[in-house]
Design a protein around this ligand. Structure first.
Ligand SMILES: Nc1nc2c(c(=O)[nH]1)N=C([C@H](O)[C@@H](O)CO)CN2
Length: 118
């Protein structure tokens, strides 16, 4: 299977388990790997035959920017299901990093894979 990818998509949102985190917006960095077959798009040179990384990024700004989850786990799971459903993806990898959440670490977060790789 081929992939369309997005790296380091920065989105500000309300996220966290502590009271002070419910009063601010924090920056998340998202990495996405979207499983697909790029051959139909390549052979026809046709954007309609492939998941547009621009459309996916716009959708994520809308969804993640408006979300209010506590855990990065929940956010990653919801993002995976939303993109698989709306962009008809057989497989996805979602990595959500929360830079600055642990001062002594460059990044913390989660990475999940959903669907079937074929
Ligand atoms: N596995 C997780 N651990 C923690 C999370 C999380 O979402 N998943 N969140 C927090 C706090 O919100 C943290 O980001 C504040 O610094 C702590 N641990």
């Amino acid at each position: 299977m081929d992939k369309v990818f997005i790296r380091g998509l920065a989105i500000e949102t309300l996220i966290g388990v502590f009271d002070w985190e419910r009063e601010i917006r924090q920056r998340l960095l998202l990495d996405l790997d979207l499983g697909t077959d790029i051959r139909p798009a390549a052979s026809g040179d046709d954007i309609n035959c492939t998941p547009s990384y621009k459309e996916v990024a716009d959708r994520l700004h809308e969804f993640v920017g408006g979300s209010e989850f506590q855990l990065v786990e929940t956010l990653a799971e919801e993002v995976a299901h939303l993109l698989m459903r709306e962009f008809r993806l057989p497989w996805i990898r979602v990595r959500v990093a929360k830079p600055g959440a642990v001062i002594s670490a460059a990044e913390v977060g989660v990475e999940i894979e959903r669907g079937e790789w074929r």
